[in-house]
Design a protein around this ligand. Structure first.
Ligand SMILES: CC(=O)CC(=O)SCCNC(=O)CCNC(=O)[C@H](O)C(C)(C)COP(=O)(O)OP(=O)(O)OC[C@H]1O[C@@H](n2cnc3c(N)ncnc32)[C@H](O)[C@@H]1OP(=O)(O)O
Length: 398
């Protein structure tokens, strides 16, 4: 007769979980950063606020962003002019629109990931959906499951308002599910639209101006599983994961739904707070693993990095504090430049860019790390091992 221990053991995977495929998608409308302030103040009928427009221009110039993709375009604002005024009760309208558009964008990214994965969508056993646009049930996770034709037995989890750390949290949950449910295949979907938080600048909120300079729309999907079968080609094996909250920073990054949409706050101290704490977080993650000598003179250049590009200043400080060579954060800077900060989805875009670059590089580090930052301030950290199939898979799948 089987014991409870036997039953438990039979459910555990044999190998660590791995990212098996990645897909990304963006809305069709793109905006060039050096034209954005003119566009924004024109479509929100705020051109008289010349001081704020100059500030947004200064932020755009220093953002490290060239282009962003946006669901909210001029056509949508013409149809829904109330969205411009934060004082109007537009939350219902925003949620209605987001409830359709957020899972649809995720479905576009998921279709690419599933095609790369090489197995039918019905083999997905678990779905984790992360978004800051959720405010109803059933939610975007169920809609995505329906759009993809997943089985009715798929186990769904929705993460709401985890903000920019949502991608990191979802990947960690996927690792835990995959390693504790033999044969599980977890579809991680992060889909973020600034629609819920798009306002004009009439209330003179500096958070609105900074957000208008940084945030973009996108969806990133990763399929995660352990014990790969023949058709599957692992990209990154997930070695270890941890979450850290930086003490006393509860008010530094925050989000709250109001009748007018989603309010958020970004303290100007965020880059410094992350810079002051990043090395401690890395030491804590790596010191027990024995893959990097955390006491060596410059240990951090031995790793590859998928860091959430929350803003150019954050990447600059991390690079400086860790003494990183310029190419280490190049995938993060590339994604920031091409797409802006897409909140929780961004880190999946960075993993995609990283595997692309690794496929073309001669020598690449074996070990690396994902780091994502969100309200808390929460730092999600995951140690990765580059799978041996990454080289051929990186190129074959692009
Ligand atoms: C939402 C989530 O869950 C997680 C996230 O990713 S949160 C987003 C995290 N990102 C950030 O916090 C942004 C990080 N900041 C940056 O990257 C940079 O500060 C920046 C690109 C915004 C500006 O670049 P910079 O090199 O700092 O230029 P700097 O000249 O100091 O600032 C430009 C202007 O922006 C203002 N500014 C910068 N950060 C600000 C903030 N958080 N709030 C208000 N104003 C800000 C500055 O005061 C300055 O204004 P003036 O030109 O009028 O003096």
């Amino acid at each position: 007769m089987a014991t409870i221990h036997d039953i438990g053991q039979a459910q555990r995977a044999h190998s660590p979980a791995a990212v098996l495929a990645i897909g990304t998608a963006n809305p069709v409308t793109s905006m060039l950063q050096d034209e954005y302030a003119d566009y924004y103040f024109r479509v929100t009928k705020s051109e008289h606020l010349t001081g704020l427009k100059d500030k947004l221009n200064r932020i755009c110039n220093k953002s490290g962003i060239k282009k962003r993709f946006m669901h909210v375009n001029e056509q949508l604002l013409t149809a829904h002019p109330d969205l411009i005024d934060r004082a109007l009760p537009t939350l219902d309208a925003r949620i209605d629109m987001a409830s359709a558009a957020v899972p649809e964008l995720a479905a576009s990214a998921a279709a690419k990931a599933i095609a790369e994965w090489g197995r039918p969508a019905t083999d997905i056993t678990h779905l984790i959906f992360s978004t800051y646009s959720g405010a109803k049930a059933p939610s975007a996770d169920l809609r995505l499951a329906t759009l993809l034709g997943l089985r009715p037995t798929v186990c769904r989890t929705i993460l709401n308002l985890n903000g920019c750390s949502g991608g990191g949290r979802a990947l960690q949950l996927a690792k835990e599910i995959a390693e504790n449910n033999r044969g599980a295949r977890v579809l991680v979907a992060c889909s973020e639209l600034t629609l819920v938080a798009f306002y004009g600048a009439q209330d003179a909120s500096l958070d609105t101006i900074v957000g208008q300079g940084l945030f973009g729309d996108g969806a990133g999907v990763a399929i995660v599983g352990a014990d790969p079968v023949v058709v599957e080609r692992p990209l990154f094996e997930m070695a270890f994961a941890t979450q850290t909250t930086i003490p006393g920073t509860e008010d530094a990054i925050s989000m709250q739904l109001s009748t007018g949409g989603l309010d958020f706050h970004l303290s100007s101290q965020v880059p410094k707070l992350l810079g002051n704490n990043i090395e401690r977080v890395l030491v804590d993650a790596f010191q027990s693993l024995g893959v990097v000598d955390v006491n060596a003179a410059a240990p951090w250049n031995d790793l590859f990095y998928a860091v959430h590009p929350g803003g150019r200043a954050i990447l600059d400080l991390i690079e400086q504090v860790l003494g990183l060579d310029a190419e280490k954060l190049a995938p993060s800077r590339q994604v920031l430049s091409e797409f802006g900060n897409m909140s929780g989805a961004t880190v999946i875009f960075v993993l995609d860019e990283l595997r692309r670059r690794r496929a073309e590089a001669e020598e690449v580090p074996e070990w690396g790390v994902v780091m994502a930052f969100g309200p808390g301030i929460t730092v999600e950290t995951m140690v990765l091992h580059a799978a041996s199939s990454l080289k051929e898979n990186g190129l074959a799948s692009i």
